[in-house]
Design a protein around this ligand. Structure first.
Ligand code: C2O
Ligand code: CU
Length: 485
């Protein structure tokens, strides 16, 4: 079998940066999936309700949970998964799966060290679990269906854990993820820094970035094509905070915001730009990093970035996704779609709050490597859809592929032998990516190339490691590892 795909457009020139701070190149996607029909979305905007939660900065984007526990160090919420009609635009309502009636599900907010208790009820007609993507919690609360018996229709389960790290995370099911996530089961999860380390921008915004494949007035049935088994499902519409036409907001010149971006798509690696304002990267999967400038953010599935956006002047600021589309003459071209537009009005008289004091990013000790492993991605013909994706020669490996001692620092060379790219994810641990600052839980492994990571195996338990392209994972690209006490 050959998976060669021809290279298309060269990457757009990288804009020069004169601002303070270093420029860090991003990962590079080798995917060339085109997306037609996108041209008619992304131009108009809809209003998202703004919510204020003192003493935190205003946090805008998705609905919030109601915390039913009075203890300030416990966040206790009810969460229900249900099938229901969801309006993704003024004239399109889709039958979706929703958490507490909304897509994305409500924002789960806690402060580092808090106990989070989630009383989950499944009213879908199929089993499901909830995985708290990126949280280093205990494995029995991780939503791993190999450990937790999935929650059957009509059943409940209470998740309870302490959140150990500040950052931007998300939650989603870990059963038939290609269909359950596509249908709308995902939500943002923000763990705030402790009060004394918490930056106080004028506002925070959460953007959950998705794409969906719409067929008439429905979400298309899964595995509609061989392409989908090969590259994962690429949508024909961008869905931002659950809205096809994107998000609209307003701000004032001089204000500073923290944007938390989450890629919850099935397969699409997103290229993101912010036009009309200056921005710096302040954090990623594993929390805060020393700020740096980049012209564009590359977000494989599962990835998060925190950026500081400074509204230098009045005007419009757009969060854009750069997408490959086929134009009228059949050529593949990159096109920018506005997925959020912020109208920036004139500065309030007498305010000058462009300076936000950010506590320095945590300094992580350099750790000596005490073990090296190789992880190989390939595929063979087989399985119900003609292709089986494998990690180290096995599809759906249940027994641990590796066993590590708690605290091990493990260099992993990840070799992708075929052309489709894979956003690789480890549960329960963070890792460093060669050449990038900070720690991560998701790394993009481009087609026919290798990437080195250094995994910090600090959280004992039985964990999954898998490609986060949902179709690849469901077609075998899911393995396990163990970290023992
Ligand atoms: Cu978002 Cu197994 O993960
Ligand atoms: Cu993959």
């Amino acid at each position: 079998m050959s998976y060669k795909i021809s290279a298309i457009l060269s990457f757009l020139a990288i804009a020069a940066c004169s601002d303070a701070g270093s420029t860090i190149p991003q990962e590079q996607s080798t995917n060339n999936q085109t997306t037609n029909d996108l041209a008619d979305v992304g131009t108009d905007v809809a209003v998202v309700e703004e919510v204020v939660i003192p003493p935190m900065p205003e946090l805008v984007g998705t609905p919030l949970f109601t915390d039913i526990n009075e203890d300030p160090n416990i966040v206790e919420v009810n969460l229900i998964a249900a099938m229901q009609p969801i309006a993704v635009s003024d004239d399109l309502t889709l039958d979706m799966y929703a958490y507490n009636g909304s897509v994305p599900g409500p924002l789960l907010e806690a402060t580092v060290g808090d106990t989070v208790i989630v009383h989950f009820t499944n009213t879908l007609d199929e089993p499901t679990t909830i995985h708290w993507h990126g949280l280093r919690i205990s494995d029995d609360m991780d939503g791993n269906p190999r450990i937790q018996t999935p929650v059957a229709p009509g059943e409940t389960f209470t998740y309870s854990f302490v959140v150990p790290d500040a950052g931007t995370f998300w939650y989603h099911p870990h059963v038939r993820t290609n269909e359950q996530i596509e249908k709308g089961l995902y939500g943002p999860l923000v763990v705030h820094e402790k009060a004394e380390e918490r930056p106080l921008p004028d506002r925070e915004r959460v953007f959950v970035l998705d794409d969906i494949l719409i067929d008439g007035d429905k979400i298309a049935a899964p595995y509609g094509s061989h392409m989908e088994a090969m590259h994962g499902r690429f949508g024909n519409a961008l869905l931002t905070n659950g809205l096809l036409k994107g998000v609209f907001g307003s701000a004032k010149a001089g204000e500073v915001e923290r944007w938390r971006l989450i890629n919850s798509a099935n397969a699409r690696t997103m290229e993101i730009r912010i036009e009309g304002a200056s921005f710096k990267v302040y954090g990623n999967d594993g929390g805060r990093v020393t700020p740096y400038i980049t012209p564009e953010l590359v977000m494989p599935v599962g990835r998060r970035f925190d950026v500081e956006v400074v509204y230098d002047q009045p005007g419009q600021v757009a969060l854009q996704q750069i997408v490959v589309v086929q134009n009228a003459t059949g050529n593949l071209v990159k096109q920018a779609f506005d997925v959020a537009v912020i109208d920036v009005g004139p500065a309030d008289a007498g305010t000058d709050n462009t300076v936000v004091e950010w506590a320095p990013a945590p300094v992580r000790p350099v750790r000596a490597i005490d073990r090296s492993e190789v992880v190989v991605f390939d595929a063979v013909e087989g399985g119900p859809l003609g292709i089986e994706w494998r990690i180290n020669g096995e599809a759906h490996k249940m027994a641990p592929l590796f066993e590590f001692a708690k605290g091990a620092t493990v260099k992993m060379e990840i070799r992708n032998e075929l052309a489709p790219e894979h956003p690789f994810h480890l549960h329960g641990q963070f890792f460093e990516i060669e050449g990038l600052p900070g720690v991560w839980d998701t790394v993009l492994v481009p087609g026919e190339s290798s990437v080195n990571i250094t995994a910090l195996m600090d959280n004992p338990g039985d964990w999954m490691m898998h490609c986060h392209i949902a179709e690849h994972a469901e077609l075998g690209m899911m393995s396990s590892f163990r970290v023992s006490e």
